[in-house]
Design a protein around this ligand. Structure first.
Ligand code: NAP
Length: 250
């Protein structure tokens, strides 16, 4: 009989890395993707795509599939999936671990304005600059739609499905980004304010170094609150948790 599978809630580099490590170690794994990105980078092992239909449906799915444990490796801003995973795992007594990379912190010389959401970011931007670099992803971009004053460079992976501000340039791209390329963007477009979520991680942090190098202020969205579940910050610790029977390493 095959051993029970570990479900990885994915959509991040950490989730892909963990799936690869577990697959290599011979641990049966199924990765779940929301299905938002048109050409996702696929992890090793089995993959399923699409929402589960809420916490009750996820609990049923875990039960039916005989899932041994769940690793929630979704993005720090994927709030609903994490809440749903916490409720579902508690309901069917399946062990749950959250992997969440640390957030970014300002260093000396940075000018960061922390806000709670993109609505607040949209209010802050015209008070700070006139040429904004928005790197917060395509969700929530509608918050900037009514800003007629600011010129926006908007960068996201897939085309946004919401109205965008009248003065903008859209760039479709995905990380990792280098400092050299980010500096070139700041210089070519005369960017004077950067908007980002506190996503953390090294893949997209070059923009922060570029902002610092050009003395450009940053409007940064705080992470949403998280359910109270066992959490690690690295893929290595998550691997250890799985390999030690879902106990140690947290
Ligand atoms: N938010 C970001 O800034 C961001 C950035 C990079 C990557 N991502 C990735 O993109 C995905 C969607 O992000 P989001 O912010 O839209 O999440 P979200 O608001 O937490 O999720 C909304 C709904 O999408 C479904 N869903 C989300 N992640 C899923 C997964 N890994 N597998 C299956 N269903 C999933 C769930 O539907 P049901 O309730 O029907 O189960 C969830 O309730 C996440 O997997 C996340 O890791 C997000």
């Amino acid at each position: 009989m095959s051993s029970p599978r570990v479900l990885i809630l994915g959509g991040t580099g950490e989730a892909r890395e963990l799936a690869g490590e577990l697959d290599r170690a011979g641990v049966p794994v199924v990765s779940s993707l929301a299905g938002r990105v048109s050409r996702p980078r696929l992890p090793a092992g089995e993959v399923r795509v699409g929402g589960f239909g809420g916490p009750e449906a996820l609990a049923r799915w875990l039960d039916e599939q005989g899932i041994a444990a769940v690793v929630d490796a979704t993005h720090p801003f994927a709030e609903r999936m994490s809440v749903s995973a916490a409720a579902a795992c508690a309901a069917v007594a399946v062990p749950l671990l959250r992997v969440e990379r640390p957030g970014w912190s300002p260093v000396e010389g940075d000018h960061w304005h922390w806000v709670d959401d993109l609505g607040q970011a949209a209010v802050a931007v015209p008070e700070i600059g006139s040429r904004a670099f928005v790197t917060s992803g395509r969700q929530g971009l509608g918050a900037f739609a009514h800003d007629k004053r600011t010129w926006f460079l908007i960068r996201c992976v897939d085309p946004p499905e919401v109205a965008l501000p009248p003065r903008h340039l859209l760039v479709l791209d995905r990380g990792p980004y280098t400092l050299e390329r980010e500096l070139a963007l700041f210089d070519a477009h005369g960017l004077d304010v950067l908007v980002t979520k506190d996503s953390g991680g090294s893949q997209t942090e070059a923009k922060l170094a570029a902002a610092q190098a050009r003395s450009v202020p940053v409007v940064i969205v705080r992470r949403p609150a998280r359910p109270d579940v066992a959490t690690v910050t690295t893929v290595a610790a998550a691997l250890d948790w799985v390999q030690s029977g879902y106990r140690r390493g947290v």
